[in-house]
Design a protein around this ligand. Sequence first.
Ligand code: AHR
Length: 501
Amino acid sequence: MKKAKMILEKDFQISPIDNRIYGAFVEHLGRCVYEGIYEPGHPLADEQGFRKDVMEYVRKWNPSVVRYPGGNFVSGFKWEDSIGPVDQRPKRLDLAWKTTETNEIGIHEFYDWTKKVGAKPMYAVNLGTRGALEAKEVVEYCNHASGTYLSDLRIKNGAKDPFDIKLWCLGNEMDHPNQTGQKTAFEYGRLANEAAKMMKRVDDTIETVVCGSTYYYSPTFAEWEFQVLNECYENVDYVSSHIYHGNFTNDTADYLAGASMLDDYLHAVIAACDAVKGKKHEKKTLNVSLDEWNVWYHSVEDDEKIKQQSPWGTALPILQDVYNFEDALMVGMTLISMLRRADRVKIGCMAQLVNVIAPMMTRKGGGIWAQTTFYPLIQASTYGRGISLLPQINCDRYDTLTYTDVEEVKAAAVLNDDGHITIFAVNRNLKDDIAMNLDLRSFGKTEVIEHSVLHHDDFKAVNTEANPNEVVPHNVAPTLEDGAIKLPAASWNMIRIKINQ
Ligand code: AHR
């Protein structure tokens, strides 16, 4: 069997992990809100129309933050449409997804839903087609106690206590030509600065997230970050980055090697933040909010047809990627990348929560099931909290069509608050198992107590409502006879270690 080695040292730590990296994203898009979290009339809907089965799955995920209401959607959205008596809310065309927004679910309902699932909202303001004043006003509506027109309106609409939303996104993907209200870096940087300034004057406890580039290979990447931050560094707290992976060429080795793109991307975004920090002689360090990440490519072709067939429909079945086993490995590696940069990645939102490029799917009037990608997400969110350790990993490397010098084993290690160590590791070798030796040095006596493996012989295997357990993790013997951990070819692994003091 091939060999690898992981060395962990108690005092070699990357950083405490911010629990907000296990966040989610809910956009008014496709069947995420309507027929996803909200389906009045469903046998499992609660008194507000929220599906209880969806909430149950979300509680397993335990996302600390949920970004809302978009996405591209937010750049055409008037937040005022989404408050007040539901039957008086206007229906509007949503130009981002060519659908009709009914506004049945708005700020109040979404806030109630986050409370039910135990998460905090992360609210995005529209800086595409609206300005600083509207951004300031929604903060006042949500967070100001009382005594002004907007805060009293919130009370009149049923919320006596402020929502106290702490995290605010300053628009969405403002560099992208498709974004309604796209801006140049200078235009956006100035607007983001003025909006953030006004929003923070209303409530100085909030934090703001400024838009970085839409993707790593966007033509203005890094220059965008630098110019935008040059205009607004003082008034923002995080830079947003987005990444979507896809096996477009149906080359699994190349696809999985591409997980390292996120490492390069984060490195470059952090460098841009620090360059502006240096230029301005600033004390404050900006961190990264990876507030959209996932695999997204399966549904792309069909979506165009669906939109053409049902123009301006509501709850169109778009972006309904059905994830296979190799996608689960990619999702696992994205989580590993975030853990490895826990020092600077403080927020992460898997895009999205349900039905729309999501780890769980529902059928209208029917059931719910977990996609393959659900499992690495749940395991990381459950056991990936605490301190991210700095692992030394010695393993073979390989080249693919696009990438060179790719580590076969991509892994992260976490010192959990309860004193366990949890290792997450993906063996990217598609043919060979790897025996990974653990050198735990200063941890003293330790015992591997659990080894859970996600593997399927068919890279394209999927879970469906009828067959929801095709790709699920299985517990295996924790160690080989010599104490090494067997990482099967093409597998996601979660290894839990007890430290016996
Ligand atoms: O998550 C789907 C879309 O992807 C979002 O609306 C947009 O921000 C991104 O391009």
